[in-house]
Design a protein around this ligand. Structure first.
Ligand SMILES: Nc1ncnc2c1ncn2[C@@H]1O[C@H](COP(=O)(O)OP(=O)(O)OP(=O)(O)O)[C@@H](O)[C@H]1O
Length: 252
């Protein structure tokens, strides 16, 4: 069954049709890639899926629920987590606290319990510390838990952003150019991490990426976007060898 069903999605900015008649079905557990030249509309699709933009047309069904019109926080609660093209960590918070911000989305204690520092507050904070440390260990970041996020090297900041998104317990994780700015070793490590989290957390992943080695290496299905519309869809082997994709995107 499809976890995400997007039908006839479209958005216009003034006279610009940034996304037009976009359709995709992503099955539970799939690792799906969205690629295309600069300005093709990829990030706009992420912004539509996460409620940052409201579509002009179309529907977005997540696990049977239409999420069009919901606010970004409601969509996060419904099960979509994301990372950004440009890292957006809380740089003045510790590595641990960045993950705890994500966990707080599902915390149960009341504001009053927090103000009064009640036993339930301390109990849940302790559980959150433990959960955050477990998540950090998956990304090999547990030793840096008390560092300021801004003091981590670039590759680790990218991993921390993924850990924070995972802390919100998404069904669908959207990764916007996770390998941007990484060296080949960091990218290879990231590919293993992405596969690991899909399996370990039993989630579905949709990623935007320009690094074709990463896309071909880990995505099971891809859609190529060009000028806001779908150019091709299918397995990486088929799509990346499609002459119209090579002409439009790879320029070779
Ligand atoms: N808020 C906005 N207002 C006006 N135009 C926008 C807005 N957001 C995106 N666009 C335009 O929509 C088009 C698609 O942009 P988008 O950022 O989605 O492309 P992209 O495929 O993610 O590109 P890149 O690979 O460079 O990140 C571009 O022409 C962009 O200028």
């Amino acid at each position: 069954m499809a976890l995400l069903e997007v039908k006839n999605l479209g958005i216009s900015f003034g006279g610009l049709r940034a996304v037009d008649d976009f359709n995709v079905n992503i099955n539970k557990g799939q690792l799906y890639g969205l690629i295309g030249p600069n300005g093709a509309g990829k990030t706009t699709i992420f912004n539509l899926l996460t409620g940052v933009y409201k579509p002009t047309d179309g529907s977005i069904i997540l696990d049977g629920e239409n999420i069009v019109g919901k606010k970004p926080a409601q969509i996060n609660m419904a099960g979509i987590g994301r990372t950004f093209q440009n890292i957006r960590l809380f740089k003045k918070l510790s590595v641990l606290d960045n993950v705890k911000v994500g966990l707080h989305n599902h915390s149960k204690y009341s504001t009053l319990a927090g103000i009064l520092r009640s036993p339930s507050y301390f109990r849940e904070e302790k559980q959150m510390d433990e959960k955050a440390m477990e998540l950090l260990a998956v990304f090999d970041l547990d030793k840096e838990a008390h560092f300021l996020a801004s003091n981590l090297p670039y590759g680790k900041q990218r991993k921390l952003e993924i850990a924070r998104a995972l802390a919100t317990k998404p069904k669908l994780l959207l990764l916007d150019e996770p390998a941007a700015g990484m060296n080949p070793n960091e990218t290879a490590e990231l590919m293993d991490t992405i596969k690991l989290i899909r399996d370990k957390f039993d989630i579905t992943i949709l990623l935007i990426e320009h690094d074709m080695k990463l896309v071909a290496g880990i995505c099971e299905q891809i859609t190529v976007l060009n000028f806001g519309t779908e150019l091709a869809s299918g397995t990486p082997e088929v799509v990346l060898n499609d002459p119209k994709v090579i002409t439009a995107y790879l320029g070779e």
